[in-house]
Ligand binder design. Sequence first.
Ligand code: COI
Length: 378
Amino acid sequence: NVLQASSSSLRPSATVSAIELADIDWDNLGFGLQPTDYMYFMKCDQGGTFTKGQLKRFGNIELNPSAGVLNYGQGLFEGLKAYRKEDGNILLFRPEENALRMKMGAERMCMPSPSVEQFVEAVKDTVLANKRWIPPQGKGSLYIRPLLMGSGAVLGLAPAPEYTFLIYVSPVGNYFKEGLAPINLIVESELHRATPGGTGGVKTIGNYAAVLKAQSAAKAKGYSDVLYLDCVHKRYLEEVSSCNIFVVKNELHHLMFWYCTCKISMAASWPMGNVISTPSIKGTILPGITRKSIIDVARSQGFEVEERLVSVDELVEADEVFCTGTAVVVSPVGSVTYHGKKVSYGDGIGAVSQQLYTVLTRLQMGLAEDNMNWTVEL
Ligand code: COI
């Protein structure tokens, strides 16, 4: 049941498994756990060094009831995806970025972390061992979930004496039940996901438990998810429970409005076209890898992108709003409700969101040339 990992000779052969697919309904993947064949397991010693990992049959794991992760939330996770190319080969999207983010989070959470090389090799081994679970192109992707946890027993509050790095995978389709249709958000101004000086900027497990109350209440009222505000001014956009937020404003629309209503003269230096804004990373917002990629993609497509404080009032003037994340990819927002007032952005996916979604996903699936050097082929 156990395969030694990080040895290419033990990886399943690409040619044999390229045509083998697990027997599941590939046309109806959502974002739920589909158990797969193998998970990756690596422990670190008391000195904080991770030794060689193993692929094990996917299944339950054993933990001491006093494990640091269970008692004091000493845990981090990551999320990345593998895509099947048209020729059957596999592409990972920016795995080193996840490795680096885990390292940064581990430092904040007083945990040792695998090296970037160990992380990326472990991801490759896990994906190849579960190759039959990678959806056919266009049907979804293989979601890869690395975990780092304090697995050693600890009773008094302290960092755990031992750590476990684990990876499991699951084939997934769209994250929101709306599919690619626009989602409806509600702004939450009383419950907060993060505080300055806290852990909002790292992917620690507790950040996700902290949003469940507001998210459950929003879902019970028929909203797709919650948009959080900063906890100091209760005014600036932070992020959605599981993704980052972007606001698009067409300066030309607004200029035309003022030109027509006030007969102002058109200054040649007036900013034209779509300006895309997103809250800057300042410790309370997760530095999303899709967020960062979309900023680069948008700039490469000629958009102006601003990372800055984005006030909740700007939602009223916005022409489009969309979310980004590994799980949600680029998800258009159809409406945002704030203090009982609903602002709508149209029924379909907005032109800017559509363009960015298409450019990013074609690159991730190997349908467009990867000029950014972001994909890793297995
Ligand atoms: C991801 O996009 O990978 C996330 O971490 C979101 C998760 C809450 C599903």
